[in-house]
Design a protein around this ligand. Sequence first.
Ligand code: HEM
Ligand SMILES: N[C@@H](CC(=O)c1ccccc1NC=O)C(=O)O
Length: 269
Amino acid sequence: MSETFVSFGEQGAQLTYGSYLRLPQLLDSQHLESDPPAHDELLFITIHQVYELWFKQLLHEVTAARDALLSPAGAGRERLWWAQHLLTRVHVIERTLVQQVDVLETMTPQDFLEFRQRLAPASGFQSVQFRELEFLSGAKDPGYLERFRGLSDDEQQRLRRRLEEPTLWDAFVAALAGAGLAVDDDEQVARSLHTVAHDRDSHAALWALAEALLQHDELAASWRARHVVMVERMIGAKSGTGGSSGSTYLRSRLPLQYYPLLWELRSQL
Ligand code: HEM
Ligand SMILES: N[C@@H](CC(=O)c1ccccc1NC=O)C(=O)O
């Protein structure tokens, strides 16, 4: 072994790769419901766990982007730049989430049916982090709080807090106001967006942020579209394990827009 190799990381507490990353817990967290074990259920669990880890990371980044936009001008870091930087990372993760559907689609519907009935009434519908992301991004819908069954107190509280706190959109509007633009109602915000779009030299950072928000919205829509096509490939028109109509429900969510004013702006340019 070379000298540099042995001397590095040998001091202090014996941190190892496995202990740092909590691999014993992580790798002992895949428990199949099927018995005898269905071959593809491990893939199904792994994919969902990877999604939830990325959702956690997205919540971390979007929260920080929002907070940067809400912090007072001149408070340390360049706020608009930092928010934009984090949103660029958010986009890359979101593209990964869309592409990852390909891995699950290597499962055939017959192989999914080997363990599907064991999953009810669980469903992706109950993903708290997914809903937190929607709320935090700007699409608050308190109706989901009632439609959720079996949430723990902690999960309920997390969702409630997301409904109360400012969204990424609120923070963007605050940044418009910070630049002296009028934001008293949607009409004024729309006019201010028009001003930004037509004077990109004066409002470069705000325009870049507006585009970053739109990109985030578009990528969320891509995920919903990709998910529903996969669902139709797997279960056709069957109803969902979560109790919804299945693909009919999922298709009804496709038109969701986080930032309708940014989309409407396109018609006014
Ligand atoms: C075989 C693969 C999958 C099938 C057949 C499937 C099916 C469905 C169905 C039918 C619903 C509607 C709710 C219900 O169950 O009644 C749903 C919702 C949902 N699924 Fe999946 N899903 C699959 C994979 C995934 C994966 C990998 C994720 C990643 C986390 C995911 C996340 C979600 C989310 C977040 C919702 C709620 C969507 C909303 O309310 O807009 N699903 N899924
Ligand atoms: N809702 C799916 C089952 C499913 O995909 C699922 C089940 C439990 C936990 C997460 C899931 N993923 C997305 O809905 C179905 O109806 O087949």
